[in-house]
Design a protein around this ligand. Structure first.
Ligand SMILES: Nc1ncnc2c1ncn2[C@@H]1O[C@H](COP(=O)(O)OP(=O)(O)OP(=O)(O)O)[C@@H](O)[C@H]1O
Ligand SMILES: [Mg+2]
Length: 188
């Protein structure tokens, strides 16, 4: 799949499924947003599972052309954790909630699952510019206050998904200050 074809996605694609989840920020402490207790209803792993569950159910009932790999759970966790970290780093105190949106779109011979956030976006990237893992530079997050910090999560996700014939793209959103992660399933 080429950049130019995905860039035309908005114009020619059809939205099949959408969902949204809001995570309130109740304090300005980074750790209290990122490092949550297991029983916290807004724990990122639970939120990721909830988001993915909706997508899986929709795809299972309505789209037979694509197979969602079982291990996608881990990568959804990673995308959501990155959004929590970015929100805590860029938007705590500025915005009252992290908003995560999931969608499934169809475009020609592709199905595209997107995860969008309002967490500030990737650093040093222009809004609307599409990039792959090669354009992602880990920013070196402090491991004691953020969920991530190794700088390998997206690279591992990209490698794994590629083996499953799923392309991974990233971009900063145009209307909202935030990032979008796109999983592109190619139908053979
Ligand atoms: N949703 C997002 N919003 C803004 N920046 C992001 C987002 N997702 C990833 N990034 C940026 O991409 C970088 C790489 O992400 P990646 O998940 O690979 O590493 P990490 O989160 O820093 O560490 P870990 O390997 O422990 O997950 C992050 O350091 C961050 O700068
Ligand atoms: Mg990460």
């Amino acid at each position: 799949m080429s950049f130019s074809s995905i860039e035309h996605e908005k114009k020619c694609s059809k939205v099949l499924y959408e969902s949204k989840v809001c995570i309130p920020a109740i304090s300005s402490s980074i750790k209290s947003f990122t490092l949550r207790k297991n029983n916290d209803p807004y724990h990122p792993i639970d939120i990721a599972q909830q988001m993915l569950q909706g997508v899986k159910e929709f795809c299972c009932e309505n789209i037979t052309a694509i197979k969602i790999p079982k291990q996608i759970d881990d990568w959804f966790d990673e995308f959501v954790e990155n959004a929590y970290d970015a929100f805590a780093k860029n938007k705590l105190g500025e915005s009252d909630k992290l908003i995560l949106k999931t969608s499934v779109k169809k475009k020609n011979q592709q199905y595209i699952i997107s995860i969008k956030d309002n967490a500030g976006g990737f650093i040093n990237k222009k809004a609307g510019e599409l990039f792959t893992i090669d354009g992602v530079k880990p920013e070196g997050k402090q491991k004691d206050i953020y969920i991530g910090g190794e700088g390998i999560g997206l690279r591992n996700a990209s490698k794994f998904l590629k083996k499953e014939n799923i392309d991974l793209f990233f971009k900063n959103r145009k209307k909202v200050k935030g990032a979008a992660v796109k999983l592109v399933f190619n139908i053979s």
